[in-house]
Design a protein around this ligand. Structure first.
Ligand code: ADP
Ligand code: MG
Length: 261
């Protein structure tokens, strides 16, 4: 039986001042698994992620969850369904780490907007998961780039949404935290969550993603399993340089760039 579909994009297009940024995207994101969006700088990955999250309105086509257009879901309900982790957290947010992560609970709060015990537990769990428990009372803007990125991931975890979208979440992370995050995403997917992440590190994608989506110049080049999509010919065409994925062990893919002859 085919995997259930969490999100589907049909004939999706996005333009800015008539310039096509994304065109003719037809894509099914399988539920309960990790999908990695790959492609060179400017390919349209962030734009596609925001369209899938309902944070931008498509110029053409539609994104659906369970047959319902994402754009028609009211914001609070959408925030209980989809959690988005942006690439950059702006400077100068005057909140403690705890308060920032607690923002993830806002779509769940009652009329008075107060955190209940269950909300506080969700924030504390998220803090521990990203190993920021000792920074709860520290101001967000005193954290390092990698710590701030982990705080943003914790905010999305506290949101308890079944679909998690992350834009280059490993960007500022050291090697240990990159793998820890990917292992966390694997556990979340195993527990039934749908994870969609933009990644630049092809080996990380090959090792952890179930489903890979390759984008170039605003168009879908290929999607499928890492083995199906991350072939040398496909990668060479998109990245315009010789790239080879070599497997040393299960979950032991490495990138090689053979010297041009
Ligand atoms: P990626 O995340 O793959 O690097 P983006 O989705 O951020 O790519 O951007 C895709 C293309 O859209 C790029 O060429 C970028 O310059 C362009 N673009 C994105 N946002 C804007 C904007 N607000 N105005 C004009 N062009 C934009
Ligand atoms: Mg981007």
């Amino acid at each position: 039986m085919a995997d259930p579909i969490a999100l589907s994009a049909r004939d999706l297009g996005y333009r800015i001042s008539r310039k096509p940024i994304l065109q003719d995207i037809n894509l099914d994101i399988p539920a309960g698994s990790i999908s990695a969006l790959l492609g060179p700088n400017g390919a349209g990955k962030t734009t596609l992620l925001k369209l899938l999250a309902g944070l931008r309105s498509a110029s053409a086509g539609v994104v659906r969850i369970d047959g319902i257009a994402v754009s028609s879901i009211p914001p609070a309900e959408r925030a209980r369904t989809l959690a988005f982790v942006p690439q950059h957290i702006p400077d100068g947010i005057p909140l403690s780490v705890f308060e920032f992560i607690a923002l993830g609970r806002v779509p769940h709060l009652g009329a008075f907007g107060r955190l209940a015990a269950g909300d506080r537990d969700a924030v504390c769990d998220a803090l521990e998961t990203v190993e920021l428990g000792d920074k709860a009372e520290v101001r967000l803007d005193t954290l390092s780039g990698g710590e701030r990125q982990r705080a943003a991931i914790a905010r999305a975890l506290a949101q308890s949404a079944p679909i998690l979208l992350l834009d280059e979440p490993t960007n500022h992370l050291d090697l240990r935290h990159q793998h820890k995050l990917q292992q966390l995403l694997v556990r979340l997917a195993e527990s039934g969550k749908t994870v969609i992440e933009v990644l630049h590190d092809l080996a990380l994608a090959a090792n952890y993603a179930d489903h890979v989506v390759l984008i170039d110049h605003g168009r879908l080049v290929a999607d499928g399993s890492p083995e199906q999509v991350m072939r040398e010919d496909c990668l060479r065409a998109v990245y315009e340089c010789p790239l080879r994925l070599v497997r040393h062990a299960p979950r032991g893919w490495h990138m090689e760039m053979p010297q041009a002859a």
